[in-house]
Design a binder for this molecule. Structure first.
Ligand SMILES: CC(C)(COP(=O)(O)OP(=O)(O)OC[C@H]1O[C@@H](n2cnc3c(N)ncnc32)[C@H](O)[C@@H]1OP(=O)(O)O)[C@@H](O)C(=O)NCCC(=O)NCCS
Length: 223
């Protein structure tokens, strides 16, 4: 990690920061897709449909078409969940990062930079809007460029944010992430975050495909 440093976001980081966020989120849609396909209530009916031609109930073509259509619909749903989230964020807090994160009390945005000046990681902090979360800081927009992963950059970014929260007198850092973001969930747990609850996005499809969102909390130890 000595090859990297953490600093506050500046406007010249705009494009690279938005790309890091976009790529870090979109990459998970295939994991969410594979997770959904492994649910017995998904693959069992598919198996049944594929056996129907053997019983002369439908043609082979029909049965394959039905299964392929269902599989494609699941893939598109998983992709949509991540792309719609990215589109929303890029037109919301990530539209004018300086204005949103650096000009308001309790908000902040950091980047990780290589010695050569390349921005390879990001993290954002904002006051939690959860009811009862007045003394909680929310962690958002954590992303590290693929070829710089596994070098401790995310851990240092998280610790920077936790220090910021501590200095502001916060009691906890909170965040939510999707079940498919396995590297992230492992990292949060290693850092001492604990799962508080999980939930599904609105609509029955998310529940059906087990598109779970997990909420984490890190209690800041009193000094
Ligand atoms: C999650 C992410 C930020 C981790 O970044 P990173 O810089 O590679 O993480 P670190 O090197 O600091 O690793 C921290 C810990 O995470 C865990 N971890 C990270 N990648 C892992 C992997 N592929 N497998 C298992 N554990 C992993 C390890 O416990 C690691 O600690 P260790 O090295 O002491 O064992 C990165 O994978 C990423 O950008 N993912 C895409 C975006 C994303 O999911 N962001 C989270 C939004 S909520």
């Amino acid at each position: 990690m000595s090859d990297y440093s953490i600093r506050l976001y500046v406007d010249s980081d705009y494009e690279v920061t938005r790309n890091l966020f976009r790529n870090g989120i979109i990459e998970h849609h295939n994991k969410a897709f594979h997770h959904a396909l492994q649910r017995p209530h998904i693959w069992l009916p598919a198996l049944v449909v594929l056996t129907l031609p053997a019983l002369n109930l439908v043609s082979v073509t029909t049965s394959i078409l039905v299964v392929l259509t269902a599989v494609a619909a699941i893939w598109f749903y998983c992709r949509y969940m991540y792309t719609s989230y990215v589109d929303y964020a890029l037109s919301d807090d990530m539209l004018d990062i300086s204005k949103y994160y650096l000009q308001r009390d309790g908000f902040c945005f950091w980047v990780a930079e290589t010695r050569g000046g390349e921005v390879v990681g990001t993290i954002a902090a904002l006051p939690s809007s959860d009811p009862g979360g007045e003394k909680h800081l929310e962690l958002k927009r954590l992303s590290v460029a693929t070829k710089h992963r596994g070098k401790g950059i995310a851990k240092v970014l998280c610790r920077t944010l936790i220090d910021f929260a501590r200095r502001r007198g916060c009691e906890a850092v909170v965040l939510s992430t999707s079940l498919a973001q396995i590297n992230a969930t492992k990292m949060y747990e290693k850092l001492g975050f604990r799962q508080t609850h999980s939930f599904y996005p609105p609509g029955l499809l998310g529940q059906f495909l087990d598109f779970k969102i997990i909420a984490y909390r890190y209690d800041i130890p009193a000094l």
